[in-house]
Design a binder for this molecule. Structure first.
Ligand code: SF4
Length: 337
């Protein structure tokens, strides 16, 4: 419903600073299209383990198209198609699906798969992995499942102090892909102080999309009285954007799923509103936020761009393999919608 927000006067000029990059990353784009293509090719229903990406609007839209979201593979009728989400799964989940005769389509983001491969490699080398991440997050469960005996989870710098390890000289750290870059470096520095011989991963685990969105909102936040982050509550990278905005100077910052959640009082005395969105957010939801802000007098929108993104991933191999049967095998990613 439009025209909820009133155009109340402020002392200076009302404006919006729109962060870029924002919204869909290549991994999310690929995962969502994988479900759409699976539905198109195999027909409804197609089952999806967990939310394909952490966004309520995306999940609701795919449900309308015939996707059925389940928590575990044992809820899926034998012989059905199941898509694994962008956050990745443990080998135990893959085996559970195979044992049930399910036809799996793995939409794990390739950048999460990279972390899985690193975990497997370090475990084979008998190293112990300190995984920096959030307990209960699907990506963390999937990564730990690749080396369960050799991985210990650390959630923040404070937890490093109480960490107990067998061999302090045989450690390597990895991280969840969607964390705060700054807080992760604090945790890593604390790890290095306690365990000077801990090994670094071969490359950054925090993905390009998470990093780019944080850099952009840092630049916006310093000039913003208010920052609105579009994204769902269970979207790790969206929640981090709120934290980063507050840390880098925004006077207030809120996360919303939909524009209808913006409260009139958030705008009291606000000249500059910063707007961004998490990596699982379709651009249409940002457009709706901009439209509501325009109703409230914030029609002047300037983009603050800190990076270009053109990374693209191809469809999951199961869909590419079936391309002769009509599934589109084109390369994907990077687009916003
Ligand atoms: S946020 Fe990063 S790791 Fe997650 S799906 Fe997007 S590109 Fe992949």
């Amino acid at each position: 419903m439009r025209n909820r927000l009133k155009d109340t006067p402020v002392i200076g000029r009302k404006r919006v600073l729109l962060a870029a990059p924002r919204g869909y990353c290549a991994g999310v784009d690929r995962a969502v299209i994988a479900v759409e293509k699976a539905l198109e090719h195999y027909g409804s229903p197609v089952y999806v383990r967990k939310q394909i990406v952490h966004n309520v609007h995306v999940v609701a839209t795919l449900e309308q198209q015939g996707a059925i979201f389940v928590d575990e593979v044992d809820e899926v009728p034998e012989g059905s198609h199941i898509v694994f989400s962008a956050h990745g799964v443990s080998p135990a989940v893959v085996k559970g699906a195979d044992d049930r005769g399910l036809l799996s389509i793995d939409a794990t983001c390739p950048l999460v798969t990279k972390v899985h491969r690193e975990a497997i490699r370090f475990a084979k080398q008998d190293q112990h992995i300190i995984l920096i991440g959030h307990a209960g997050h699907e990506e963390v469960e999937g990564t730990m499942g690749h080396a369960p005996e050799r991985t210990t989870l650390v959630q923040n710098p404070g937890e490093v102090d109480t960490l107990v390890v067998d061999d302090p000289d045989n450690l390597v750290w990895l991280s969840q892909t969607t964390l705060s870059v700054d807080e992760t470096m604090e945790t890593v520095n604390r790890l290095r102080q306690r365990f000077p011989n801990i090994q670094n991963p071969p490359s950054d685990d925090i993905c390009y999309a998470t990093q780019n969105r944080q850099v952009a909102i840092k630049k916006v936040a310093k000039d913003a009285d208010l920052v609105i982050v579009v994204g769902s509550a269970n979207s790790s990278n969206s929640v981090r954007l709120v934290e980063v905005a507050l840390e880098y100077g925004a006077k207030a910052a809120y996360r919303v799923d939909y524009s209808s959640e913006i409260q009139q009082e958030w705008l009291d005395g606000v000249e500059t509103v910063g707007v961004t969105s998490g990596a699982s957010v379709p651009e249409v939801l940002v457009d709706e936020v901009l439209a509501e802000l325009s109703d409230a007098g914030y029609a002047d929108v300037g983009e603050v761009k800190t990076a270009e993104e053109d990374l693209m991933f191809s469809l999951p191999k199961e869909l590419r393999k079936d391309s002769t049967g009509g599934v589109d095998s084109r390369a994907l990613g990077g687009r916003t919608r």
